[in-house]
Design a protein around this ligand. Structure first.
Ligand SMILES: C[S@@+](CC[C@H](N)C(=O)[O-])C[C@H]1O[C@@H](n2cnc3c(N)ncnc32)[C@H](O)[C@@H]1O
Length: 224
């Protein structure tokens, strides 16, 4: 699971429902990350914190007693889950409000109709991986840095799936992708293919627009 999320030393990993702390411990011991496990069973919390000390990762890992539905984990860069389908689904709205780009891995269970970005089958069972997508839905205007050109774009979104239209003739977007805050799409502008590669930050996006082999910087703003 931790390999699937490409955990690195700069990450803060939260294991929701930490049990004996094995995932939180492995995140620190094997990947050098800081980690927090949230577990509501006090006996398991005691055991997990003993194992944290025994593994020599007390400087990087703590297991706290609490309810995953009441404890704030919004500063996590990686969230790991080995829960139940209904608990995953209850967590989903909170996870979708996390910073775009937050990585989520779940052992065994999905999050209903939020399709994972990756699936892995191994001797240990199934693991699923998602990247929290930026909220991009709405009407955007992309303006070139010299303000000489503007492109109107309408984006619709279902989790990380994006559809929409762009340009004066409202041509359908093709080759769309959204991974965290990284948005890409293409459209045909009166016979000229246009490719947009952007980083979304709230109601703004910084875009590189390639048209007829020439790439220019645009800034996008969302109007609603
Ligand atoms: C299947 S175990 C997984 C333990 C560990 N993460 C692992 O992978 O080995 C699920 C754990 O979640 C805990 N849990 C379930 N619901 C919880 C909640 N609402 N808040 C905190 N912990 C919860 C259970 O007590 C149990 O220890």
């Amino acid at each position: 699971m931790l390999r699937m999320a490409q955990v690195k030393p700069t990450d803060l990993v939260y294991d929701l429902g930490a049990g004996d702390g094995k995932i939180a411990i492995a995140a620190a011991r094997d990947f050098g990350a800081r980690s927090v496990g949230i577990e509501y069973n006090p006996e398991m919390v005691k055991l997990a914190n003993c194992l944290v000390k025994a593994e020599g990762v007390a400087g990087k890992t703590k297991i706290i007693q609490g309810d995953i539905f009441e404890t704030d984990f919004s500063n996590a860069t990686v969230v790991t889950l080995y829960l139940l389908p209904e608990l995953n689904l209850r967590l989903r709205p909170t996870i979708l409000k996390m910073k775009p780009g937050t990585r989520v891995v779940s052992h065994s269970f999905l999050m209903d109709d939020w399709e994972p970005d990756e699936r892995l089958s191994s001797d240990h069972g199934q693991a699923y991986f998602w990247v929290v997508p930026a909220q991009v839905e709405g009407n955007w205007t992309l303006r070139s840095a010299d303000s000489k050109d503007a492109i109107d774009v309408r984006l619709e979104q279902t989790f990380q799936q994006v559809t929409g239209t762009a340009g004066e003739t409202k041509r359908s977007l093709t080759k769309t992708s959204l991974r965290g805050d990284a948005l890409e799409f293409s459209f045909d502008d009166n016979g000229t293919p246009v490719r947009v590669v952007a980083r979304v930050n709230g109601d703004k996006m910084d875009a590189q627009v390639t048209r007829g082999g020439k790439t220019r910087k645009y800034v996008g703003t969302r109007s609603g």
